[in-house]
Design a binder for this molecule. Structure first.
Ligand code: C5P
Ligand code: C5P
Ligand code: C5P
Ligand code: ZN
Length: 486
């Protein structure tokens, strides 16, 4: 597997993230040795793209493998994996956080784990473990699960005809799906993946209006729903958004009388709208950093048709969440692997349902408001918000009416069977102040007989339903300690 030159691939291309090369090669070699194994991945956009990158690379390598998706890798899930006949199990976008559950299975000879992940590792060791956090890279912002899977694919490139560089674009979808793109676009190790995807002709980096929905949303909706911009009289204001647009010297409807989308405007028209938006933001007192953020680095998939849900990386990731978070990971995986027929049709139907759920969930939170503890704010959605999307809704609610951007938000939803799902979201600012939600959720959930983990800025857990109060008290105290320490 290892090539003679430590810094270049067989074809002379540099390995994109040199810090992780050895780990990637060790994992790749172990899979080559096995030839036959089980692939397990997570049910969100990053988990799906991780599985898609891995699947494509494994097929090219001629491996014999099966794929399974899990909502969480808890003790039951690991037990069901151990019960299969596979001697080797490849985990993508999870595995590190559950190493304390997996390692004893390995020791017992039940299976050998090969992990490509970016979550905070639990305290246990294993040999085949590819994770940016083990080499001092940030797992929340510099490399996603799909990025880790891509490095594994690159290391496998030696065993195949291709170097697998064409798979980098899917890894970028995963990183953006995990919200790793901040101001200025993707950073750290992710930049090397962007460069690979661009070099492969699959991705374009474009400086553009940084609002969600440029490809598919009618212009008034693009502006009205742009809650991240928070422009008075436009954001969350349907009539205001329409008035703003119709006052501009740009035709806003097409020949059929339908609202145009951002993607339908030509360069001059886009500049006109963007300049007017910036002027309006400035004149209504939007802080300069939010004004600057209105135009930023965006990513489009060069081979996808403009105006579709697949063209923009961020919209693509939403389409994937709409499948896997509704028990249809098979549909999202097929779309990632190129199915533009039945799977895409099905995904579009699922997307309509997902969007309705997000919008109703957000509406419910802004109507009900959140409860405030000393250091965190929280809401309990019960069965009103599906537990698989309550984290997305919590993240979208931050900064909306009545939801502070200065305190972490903790969301609860019913899982059934006496269990409650917890999702917590912070901010870059709070992380710089010392917040680590992964540590908080792991400790507080374990204290009440549950389990959890994730990233410093976003984490999740499952707890017994009747322990919500005790759990919340522990969370509030731990967050208070973290923010006081610094
Ligand atoms: O399981 P996984 O790592 O894929 O999920 C990461 C989660 O963290 C996503 O739901 C993503 O939206 C969230 N996140 C966030 N803010 C960030 C980074 C990630 O809310 N800055
Ligand atoms: O990328 P992520 O899955 O974390 O995005 C969360 C959801 O927020 C997406 O599914 C998308 O539909 C939605 N969204 C939105 N408007 C925005 C930003 C995101 O509807 N301005
Ligand atoms: O489920 P949610 O979107 O809130 O997850 C946020 C982050 O926490 C994700 O990265 C997820 O993988 C992680 N998580 C975890 N253990 C759990 C639940 C979530 O590590 N029990
Ligand atoms: Zn991930």
């Amino acid at each position: 597997m290892a090539s003679a030159d430590a810094t270049t691939d067989h074809d002379g291309a540099a390995f994109p993230v040199p810090e992780l090369r050895e780990r990637a090669e060790a994992c790749a070699a172990r899979l080559c040795e096995a030839g036959e194994f089980l692939l397990c991945s997570h049910i969100d956009a990053d988990g799906l793209t991780s599985a898609a990158v891995a699947t494509a690379a494994f097929e090219r390598a001629g491996f014999d493998f099966e794929t399974a998706f899990f909502k969480q890798l808890d003790a039951d899930a690991v037990a069901s994996i151990a019960a299969t006949d596979y001697d080797v199990v490849c985990f993508t976008d999870f595995g590190s956080g559950q190493l304390d559950v997996i390692a004893p299975r390995e020791e017992a000879g039940e299976f050998v784990p090969v992990i490509a992940d970016h979550h905070q590792p639990a305290e246990a060791e294993t040999e085949f473990h590819l994770n940016p956090l083990l080499e001092g890279l940030d797992g929340a912002s510099e490399l996603s699960g799909a990025g880790a899977a891509y490095l594994l694919a690159r290391a496998l490139g030696d065993a195949t005809e291709t170097d697998n560089r064409d798979l980098a674009a899917l890894a970028v979808v995963g990183a953006v799906g995990d919200m790793q793109d901040n101001e200025g676009g993707l950073s750290g190790a992710n930049e090397a993946l962007v460069a690979d995807a661009v070099a492969a002709g699959a991705l374009a980096e474009v400086t553009d209006l940084a609002l969600y929905g440029r490809q598919t949303r009618p212009l008034p909706k693009l502006l009205e729903y742009a809650s991240e911009a928070r422009i008075p009289g436009i954001s969350n204001d349907q009539a205001g958004a329409i008035e703003f647009l119709t006052d501009l010297d740009v035709p806003m409807k097409d020949a059929d009388g339908e609202w145009r989308r951002w993607v339908d405007l030509d360069g001059d028209e886009r500049r006109t709208v963007a300049s007017a938006l910036i002027r309006r933001a400035v004149s209504s007192g939007v802080p300069s950093e939010r004004v600057d953020a209105l135009v930023d680095t965006t990513y489009v998939l060069a081979d996808e048709e403009p105006g579709t849900e697949l063209r923009d990386v961020s919209e693509f990731s939403t389409l994937l969440n709409a499948t896997a978070r509704y028990e249809r990971a098979d549909v999202g995986l097929a779309v990632c692997l190129g199915d533009r027929g039945a799977a895409l049709d099905r995904a579009r139907t699922l997307l309509r349902n997902h969007r309705r759920n997000l919008s109703e969930g957000l509406q419910w939170i802004t109507n009900e408001g959140v409860e405030r503890e000393e250091h965190v704010q929280w809401f309990d959605a019960g069965t009103r918000i599906r537990e698989t999307i309550v984290g997305i809704v919590a993240g979208m609610a931050v900064g909306a009416n009545g939801v502070s951007a200065r305190k972490p938000i903790v969301a609860f939803a019913d899982k059934g069977a006496g269990e409650t799902k917890v999702s917590a979201r912070g901010s870059g600012f709070l992380v710089r102040e010392g917040l680590d939600l992964s540590a908080v959720l792991r400790e507080a959930s374990r204290a009440v007989g549950g389990d959890g983990g994730g990233h410093d800025v976003a984490a999740g857990a499952t707890i017994p339903a009747d322990e919500r109060e005790a759990f919340l008290e522990a969370v509030d105290e731990l967050v208070g300690e973290q923010l006081a320490d610094e």
